[in-house]
Design a protein around this ligand. Sequence first.
Ligand code: TEU
Ligand code: CA
Length: 565
Amino acid sequence: MKKAWWKESVVYQVYPRSFCDSNGDGVGDLRGMESKLDYIRELGVNVIWMSPVYKSPNDDNGYDISDYRAIMDEFGTMEDFEHLLAAAHERGLKLVMDLVVNHTSDEHPWFLESRSSRDNPKRDYYIWREPVNGREPNNWGSVFSGPAWEWDETTGMYYLHCFSKKQPDLNWENPKVRDEVFDMMTWWCEKGVDGFRMDVISMISKPDGMPDAPQEPGAAYGIAMQDGCCCNGPRVHEYLREMNRRVLSQYNLMTVGETAQVNVREAKRYAGSDGSELNMVFAFEHVELDARPDGKWHLDRISLPAFKENMRKWQDELDEVAWNSLFLCNHDQPRIVSRLGDESPDSAKCIATMLHLHQGTPYVYQGEELGMTNCPFGSIENYRDVETLNAYRELTEAGLREPEELLRCIAYKSRDNARTPMQWDGTENAGFSTGTPWIMVNPNYTRINVAAQRKDPDSVFHYYKKLIALRRGGRWADAVVYGKYRLLAPEDESIYAYTRTWEDVTLLVVCNLSAGQARFAVPAGLARTDAAVVIANMEPPALTETLPLKPWQAVVWAVRGDGQD
Ligand code: TEU
Ligand code: CA
């Protein structure tokens, strides 16, 4: 397998709005972020990806950009950005930008021009259609509720917005749009940024003729966001190869595609080892195992055997031919300790071990390294997220869901769970801001915070440091990064166990992902008295053929050879 720095990296994701507020206006900002670079470095990661910091009216917290070459007012200035970039580089940290180019804000000058008249030169920068039978051109629904088409009075046509109506989709068929995007990317590369995380990049090519999408019985709209509809469209690989030729290949970057609805077959193309498109993609199947055909607003739990089978599929199929990324948390996902774990520090460490020992580049989302949990928001007034608020309004107004029942599902799944302020210390507002935070602080900050965990050698924070260090160097790093994966005991309901083999070393990873005692039958070739403990979240048992495991216990051993009889 070809080695590469981005395969050996660990990435830390910052959601700037909720990370650190330097001026007391309740909103995190670039200076605040800069003041925490030493903290990020202390964790041992080498790359930071930050959610969008460009100028934006913030309908979707910066994922609606009105100027790609300016910084959001609330976050600071371009000078602050340059200072942050230099400060990151001084510390050996790379900085990866979020690139949101499936859509812009409706306040972007391109869109203002585009909507101004049918013959404006920028008209074809976006996707405009005539009404069909007096209504929307097709049945597509927006990811954020309602139709994906918005009627525009001025010119009497509809425009497409797969997300909110303040996020019109760009028309990538237009070569001028591609020129604009590639020029803008080059501009950032010349500034010295180290890569891009590409927002819903799997959606930039729309299906020919834009036919109706399959529609669930009882649903108001068809789901446009699916493979064969708005995702993995006919020209997406052509566009990415063009981007690669014209921009990416000119610099030494890390690139990760946020590829909604990606499957293994498509991932091999997006992230293939021939290097013609991107380095890696975020796949979502494993975090969508608790969704239903009508969406995410349910209380179902992820089944462990299904989760393992999904991880196995991606590990096996991408090995040698493409590269995985590893994540459970980001700004769109509820907190993993509230989802797979029981919110205890042991469960946080166990889940982290399970994830980080896979093949792929791991991503740690701010606060994950503390075991931050979902937030008891209570009433709908405390939520801020456009997806959550729209869904609540639409589903309750249409009488499709009971408000109280839906609110319980929102408490479990809302993206806002990930967006509460970073918990720095036990002082007011968790040390995030001296003003009133834009979204509520999780009241458990008095227990769960950086200051307390830094002092406690047994904390989740210190455990993450060890886990990250394992991959970043030392005896086992090659096996952790490049080793071949093999799943053990696929049907076990409590234990996730697998091996990673590289040259003459095999790592055995055993995680009891349950709150009860468990037993694991170690395959004969692996139960070896000369095994070394690589990492463990509590006193490990001896490596014998029947392993007793405590609730949330995780152990990784190393043995010589491939561990097969
Ligand atoms: O998310 C894209 C995406 O796949 C989301 O629709 C995701 O499925 C949803 O948030 C689940 O609840 C990206 C960004 O990460 C997200 O924050 C943006 O809102 C979205 O694109 C639009 O830019
Ligand atoms: Ca601020």
